[in-house]
Write a protein that binds this ligand. Structure first.
Ligand SMILES: Cc1cc2nc3c(=O)[nH]c(=O)nc-3n(C[C@H](O)[C@H](O)[C@H](O)COP(=O)(O)OP(=O)(O)OC[C@H]3O[C@@H](n4cnc5c(N)ncnc54)[C@H](O)[C@@H]3O)c2cc1C
Length: 394
């Protein structure tokens, strides 16, 4: 049986981040991924490395501050993969969030971002509205401009895995976690690779299986605490038209939710939705009603898209958010990562639930801090805020 300091299940951005952080801290770490790196949620996000302007409305200031800090780290260590883009918020006579509210929000955003140059904001003068990809200008009062960053989520995840590999991190893939048994020394993990059932020992098991995490936690013996969670589906569609000026942050005409309309691989990506999901996470897929909802948003703001129908959609994908169970709307629920261990002192299992693509590095560092008392002392090889991430595939 192979021995590790840490075994991580899930090759999404969080599992990749913990593998990198563990390897950087000099630990012997193994990542088990069932399919391919970023085959789950981490290839189906809105692909933004952002502070999360709208989280200010629900008072999640600490999350916004941390996300802006992480955005700055990405711009430094992943310049190849993360790009600052202009964001436009059009404000019409009927828009719920008024220009003064948006400016106040952006001022707080800039404050939380330490007034860095990347947090500057302003308005697009009316004489330049014609440069905005054909944005509807009827009854348009103002267009607020600020900056946030866009990435390719799957490529970013692969780059983090590659960085972990260079530091000595191991990967079993495709390989499926089956179960784990806790004992006095740590944990014995059972997983399947090909036709073989393998066993490995570790001081700590980190469950980073995203929407599958609660399911995995139930396969640990003796049973461990699991938070009450909801899965909420988010769909994106891609239309075969160019958007070049930047990313549009608009209100859905129906329910006022914020939706992004953004350039993506020569087309235009629109997302996302928030549809309660029950069932097997493998089955998540875009629903016709979600596609209609997103098309309606695109048509409202860009007259040139009014002729497009579901038949014109060139790509579509759906992912699952992991949110704390609650009766309030998904939109208003906390996006903070939930960390839960089997016990308060010297944990043998840590489950990581929810979180953001943007916060993967901070989350991984947080995981390492929480499991440190269970790990042997090793010599640190590197610091994750200095490891340069590079594109690994076209
Ligand atoms: C619609 C949507 C839009 C989003 N947009 C943004 C955004 O723009 N910016 C942002 O910062 N965040 C965004 N997020 C959040 C972000 O995408 C997620 O927090 C993040 O991708 C979750 O990564 P993860 O590693 O936890 O899970 P996942 O990426 O889902 O990874 C879990 C992995 O576990 C593997 N796995 C499952 N079971 C097993 C098993 N038995 N054995 C081995 N492996 C297993 C799966 O194959 C999968 O690869 C968005 C989320 C959604 C749903």
């Amino acid at each position: 049986m192979q021995d590790y300091d840490v075994i991580i299940v899930g090759g999404g951005i969080h599992g990749a981040g913990v593998l990198q952080a563990a390897a950087a801290a000099g630990h012997r770490a193994l990542l088990i991924e069932r399919r391919a790196i970023a085959s789950g949620t981490s290839s189906r996000s809105s692909k933004l490395i952002h502070g999360g302007l709208r989280y200010l409305e629900s008072g999640q200031f600490a999350l916004v501050r941390e996300s802006l800090r992480e955005r700055a780290v990405h711009l430094r260590i992943a310049a190849d993969l993360v790009e600052l883009k202009p964001f436009f918020i059009p404000v019409y006579k009927t828009t719920r969030r008024r220009p003064w509210q948006l400016r106040a929000g952006l001022f707080i955003y800039a404050l939380l971002g330490g007034f860095a140059a990347s947090t500057r904001f302003g308005s697009v003068p009316q004489r330049e509205w014609h440069t905005l990809d054909g944005l509807d200008t009827e009854d348009l009062d103002a267009v607020i401009r600020y900056q946030d960053a866009q990435t390719d989520d799957a490529q970013l995840t692969r780059a983090v895995v590659e960085s972990a590999r260079e530091l000595g991190g191991s990967i079993a893939m495709p390989a499926s976690f089956i179960g784990a048994e806790l004992d006095a020394e740590g944990v014995v993990v059972d997983f399947e690779q090909g036709t073989e059932t393998l066993h490995a020992r570790a001081h700590v098991l980190v469950n980073a299986a995203g929407p599958w995490a609660a399911h995995l936690s139930r396969a640990v013996r003796p049973p461990i605490p699991i938070p009450a969670l909801d899965l909420v589906q988010g769909t994106h569609i891609v239309l075969p038209v160019h958007t070049t000026a930047g990313i549009y942050y608009v209100e859905s005409p129906g329910d006022g939710r914020a939706v992004f309309i953004m350039p993506w691989r020569g087309g235009t990506m629109i997302g996302t939705t928030e549809t309660p999901f029950v069932g097997e996470p493998d089955r998540v897929q875009p629903l016709a009603a979600e596609e209609d909802y997103l098309l309606a948003v695109a048509r409202r703001y860009f007259p040139r898209l009014r002729e497009l129908t579901r038949a014109d959609i060139t790509d579509r994908f759906a992912g699952l958010r992991v949110l704390p169970a609650a009766s309030q709307k998904a939109f208003d629920r906390s996006r903070e990562t939930i960390y839960m261990t089997d016990r308060a002192v010297k944990p043998r299992v840590l489950g990581l639930y929810g979180g953001k693509l943007t916060g993967w590095r901070a989350a991984a560092e947080q995981v390492m801090r929480r499991i440190a008392p269970s790990l042997p002392v090793r010599t640190r090889l590197a610091s994750t805020d200095e490891l340069i991430l590079r594109r690994t595939s076209p």
